[in-house]
Design a protein around this ligand. Structure first.
Ligand code: GDP
Ligand code: MG
Length: 440
């Protein structure tokens, strides 16, 4: 599956100090194959890989001492992004009833999803929904909806299979007005494939009912086809959202990735079983975690982090001896410090350090760290190694590159020099100098 494959790829990076562009290329190839194998649409895969690669060959990863962690983070963020970032709730009519029309191919799960949604609305919103049975092509379809209605105590407006769907919907809506139902769920017919006759019928129902939601019900098991179906329905009906069903099965997660990207319409719910309770609000970040198999990912991140800490401690000891502490180390150091918690708290634990003004300046929140990193990442490698190169014009370039005020760039360079000085004094074993610096 997608997650195992990605994990295998990432584990190759584990323990590696730095990645090269060739590593990134190899990894992107793996991610690409994994996505295609998981039925992600070709164009979506292409765009996705392009984005990941742009970020991966940027300094964000190449200069990171934790490349595996960085890449996982990027893939996870982009997966979430592609699926829409945050959960999207159901539209609501300003005046009751809110009309929800369910469309989709035969067997996708429309009728079942109508039942699940009605149950959800009753439970979550104390709603009083009404079903309209507008699938008149199979007698069993009407019976199925009636059975579901009985199970969850929701009335069904139906006229058997003799009237036209549009007329049934019209009279059903009248009934909803009379009974003051706050939600109306229209169950429509499907076909095995998209055809004009079906689309014409659905368009007519849409024109008449003017639904607040047109939800496409798609079977996630159909893989690549799900994306094409979504595209087709969206072109004709201008959907408002998607319900992705059968995610409980041996489903390849590709559909969820592609549908939002291709149609621009949010997945609002997922179906995870045949029972009427098996409906979940769709959360992109959860789906991304699920696709990546985040449980194991977290372990991997922790492991990568641990390797990094040990490696970095050694590296730092060496640098102190060589007096070669540079901006790369500076950022790594700040990140390290940030992980330990607020600077003030740490300082308080070190005797004699509590009142040192230079170190209190180092207090910062995560946003500050991001800003400092942006400034460092705007530097060339030469500049990172030699802060003396940073003349006023270069500092202006950094400020522009990082989108930060020049004063902040200056402040950071000063802070860096203080830290570098401290490193030098410590490495010389000059405790007197250290004490002096600490204001002792
Ligand atoms: P319709 O033709 O689009 O109305 O589809 P139905 O609602 O009749 O569902 C077709 C079949 O899919 C039925 O056997 C449902 O029980 C099943 N089904 C629907 N949603 C899900 C789901 O989320 N998971 C599973 N496993 N089966 C589902
Ligand atoms: Mg049906």
């Amino acid at each position: 599956g997608l997650s195992e494959r990605l994990q295998k790829t990432f584990s190759k990076l584990r323990g590696k100090g730095k990645v090269t562009e060739a590593d990134v290329k190899e990894m992107m190839r793996e991610v690409r194959l994994a996505l295609l194998e998981a039925d992600v649409n070709f164009d979506v895969t292409k765009t996705f890989i392009k984005k990941i690669r742009e970020r991966a060959v940027g300094s964000e990863v190449l200069d990171s001492l934790t490349p595996a962690q960085q890449i996982i983070k990027i893939v996870n963020e982009e997966l979430t992004q592609i699926m829409g970032t945050s959960a999207v709730s159901l539209n609501k009519a300003p005046k009751i009833p809110t009309i929800i029309m369910l469309v989709g191919l035969q067997g996708a799960g429309k009728t079942t999803s109508a039942g699940k949604l009605a149950r959800y609305l009753k439970d979550e919103k104390r709603a009083r929904p009404l079903f309209i049975a507008a699938d008149v092509y199979r007698p069993a379809a009407v019976e199925q909806l009636k059975t579901i209605g009985q199970q969850i105590d929701v009335p069904v407006y139906e006229e058997g299979t003799t009237a036209s769907p549009v007329d049934i919907v019209q009279r059903g809506l009248q009934q909803a007005q009379e009974n003051k139902n706050d939600y109306v769920l229209i169950d429509t017919a499907g076909r095995l494939e998209i055809d004009d006759q079906l689309m014409d019928e659905l368009s007519q129902i849409k024109a008449l009912a003017q639904p607040n939601e047109i939800l496409l019900v798609v079977d996630s098991m159909t893989g690549q086809a799900a994306t094409h179906v979504a595209e087709g329905f969206n072109q004709r009906l201008d959907l408002t959202g998607v319900i992705l069903t059968k995610l409980d099965g041996d489903t390849r997660g590709g559909a969820a990735l592609s549908i939002r990207a291709v149609t621009g319409k949010p997945i609002k719910f997922i179906g995870s079983g045949e029972k009427l309770a098996a409906l979940e609000v769709f959360h992109p970040e959860r789906m991304a975690n699920r696709i990546l198999g985040m449980g194991d990912m977290m372990t991997l991140i922790e492991k990568a982090q641990k390797d990094y800490d040990e490696q970095q401690a050694e590296e730092l000891a060496r640098k102190m001896q060589e007096n070669s502490f540079d901006f790369n180390d500076f950022v790594a150091q700040l990140e390290q410090v940030q992980k330990m918690g607020p600077m003030e708290d740490i300082m308080k634990m070190i005797p004699g350090m509590g009142n040192n003004p230079a170190l209190q300046n180092a207090k910062m929140d995560p946003k500050d760290l991001e800003h400092l990193k942006a400034i460092v990442y705007s530097m060339t490698q030469k500049e990172r190694q030699n802060p003396d190169l940073l003349n006023p014009s270069r500092r202006r370039r950094l400020a522009a590159g990082a989108g930060r005020p020049i004063a902040e760039v200056n402040r950071m360079i000063k802070q860096f020099k203080q830290m570098q000085q401290m490193m030098q004094k410590m490495s010389n074993g000059n405790m007197a100098g250290l004490e002096q610096m600490l204001g002792g």
